[in-house]
Design a protein around this ligand. Sequence first.
Ligand code: SF4
Length: 378
Amino acid sequence: MAGIYLHIPFCKQACSYCNFHFSTLLKYKEDVLQAMLLEIERQQDFFIEKTNINTIYFGGGTPSILSAGDINRLLAQIHKYFDVQVDAEITLEANPDDLTLEYLLALKKETPINRFSIGIQSFVDADLQYMHRAHNAAQAKACIEHAQHVGFHNLSVDLIYGTPTLNATQCLQNIQTVIDLQVSHVSCYALTVEEKTELASLIKKRKKEAPTDEAMTAQFDILTTQMRAHHYIHYEISNFGKEGHFAQHNTNYWKGIPYLGIGPSAHSFDGKKRYWNIANNAIYLKKIKTNEAHFDSELLTETDKYNEYIMTSIRTIFGVDIRKLQHDFEEKYVQHFLREIKLFKTKNWIEENNGIYRLTDKGKLFCDHISAHLFIEN
Ligand code: SF4
């Protein structure tokens, strides 16, 4: 079992908070697609062991700028060089303004896309304007209805909480809208103001208000309570899914399953090494063209592997399994974990059940802090 991630590094406009790799120079789209087709061929022996691909994820950037034909070209190349399971989860990240009825019909008729991850972020116009999103509230709602009308029912929606333009009542309405539309998977992200983003600069110049920790905490509580009341399982710190609707691709990441990343800035993991592609479209194109290395890599040490296991598993409902720690790592790692986790059990941030250590609701607010304490320095 393994995944393939395709990074489509283009967006029509820049959202103010974004620090992902993308360019608004859409005229290079075809060049990048050609390079990605070549990269797929070059990476045909990437996986250490022969494996089936059970998830393919078009991320970005904005993959919904691709036509059905573009998507099929990339998928055909993957099928040429890899064994893809017939029931593979094939996700397209999409922006609401791209998901017109016409586009959705073309994707349904011509491609095997069977899941959408839609960047809704909010159903409040002022909130969308604060984030400088390209869509409005009406488009946000309409695209979900259109997708369902066309026959796409495996939908995930992204929501952002904690913005100064979203109050508690609107936060509740945002999540209720998703619930009422019977969307089976929701990813909720706190607005983080990353350095060197437009939002950071506007806040510094006092042209935009900064988010507050109090609003973040209160809205996270609203979201988790409401989702649980409607039988969504909080299976990862930012992700909620109905039974049977967890995101397979991301779950594979959190379970340490290998994946190959294609395209500028895409990351890969083969079980032993991590790789990251150059996050610059022009240099990526040049390196692929001249067949030079288009990525950097690092071999994971035992300590890296331990830290990664802690970081990914503590975030999820699957938790840290003491038996896996004992099986996969030397005793010193197990002892370190057991020593450090005690404090968090006392604080009621962690609960243990049959050797599995999981975050409590209170602990979910301190996930990064807990992970940092459990890590070991190299
Ligand atoms: S659409 Fe996504 S990738 Fe593009 S600028 Fe907005 S947040 Fe960033």
